[in-house]
Design a protein around this ligand. Structure first.
Ligand SMILES: Cc1cc2nc3c(=O)[nH]c(=O)nc-3n(C[C@H](O)[C@H](O)[C@H](O)COP(=O)(O)O)c2cc1C
Length: 176
């Protein structure tokens, strides 16, 4: 309906990548800039972004994440984290990190990259396993790990709209 909103509807989880096409610094900056534009509780912006394009690190992450085998082919991964020194409430770190993650995914898609969100929070064993890759301190809570690369698969747009999940003025009055 609104062409500028296309990326919202066409973003999909992309798990196959062009292995030999690296992501340049300009794109890294663009997508992290977009992530930092996300809303956050009390505007604390408690996030940090751990970026790797190192083949060895990406392979280690692939081995450590139980559902992250696509990282073997990814050319970049970004871990979105929250800092308990900037936001003491863990619930806010999780929510703010999720908002930043979604902005990051949309920016990656807008830039012609493919990406998929890999769950981190609240899995403490994943946090501990990946600490040896990035060496983050104890005040850092990983929220998501995003596998990124230029896409080597195409997927149709989502069509998830369910009118019965929309309640107009009162519960059960669905949208026309
Ligand atoms: C909190 C969260 C955790 C996820 N974890 C994984 C994961 O570990 N591995 C994976 O391949 N996809 C993961 N996904 C991606 C979902 O599987 C995907 O978004 C969903 O199937 C819908 O597909 P779409 O993104 O193409 O619309 C995760 C998504 C979210 C929001």
């Amino acid at each position: 309906m609104f062409p500028k909103a296309d990326i919202l509807f066409t973003r999909r989880s992309i798990r196959e990548y062009q292995k030999d096409k690296p992501v340049g610094d300009d794109l890294v900056r663009f997508i992290v800039d977009a992530a930092m534009c996300a809303p956050s509780a009390r505007n604390k912006q408690p996030w940090h972004f751990l970026v790797t394009r190192d083949r060895q690190k990406l392979d280690m992450l692939a081995a450590l994440h139980p559902y992250g085998k696509m990282l073997k082919d990814a050319t970049m991964a970004i871990m979105v984290c929250g800092d308990t020194k900037l936001e003491e409430r863990e619930s806010a770190i999780a929510l703010d990190g999720a908002a930043a993650t979604q902005n990051l995914l949309l920016a990656a898609h807008a830039a012609g990259l493919g990406a998929v969100w890999l769950g981190m929070y609240p899995r403490k064993e994943r946090t501990e396993a990946m600490r040896k890759v990035f060496e983050y301190p104890q005040n850092i809570i990983p929220v998501s790990l995003i596998s990124i690369g230029f896409p080597a698969e195409e997927k149709p747009r989502n069509n998830n709209f369910k009118p019965e999940r929309v309640h107009m003025e009162k519960w059960g009055e669905t949208i026309q």
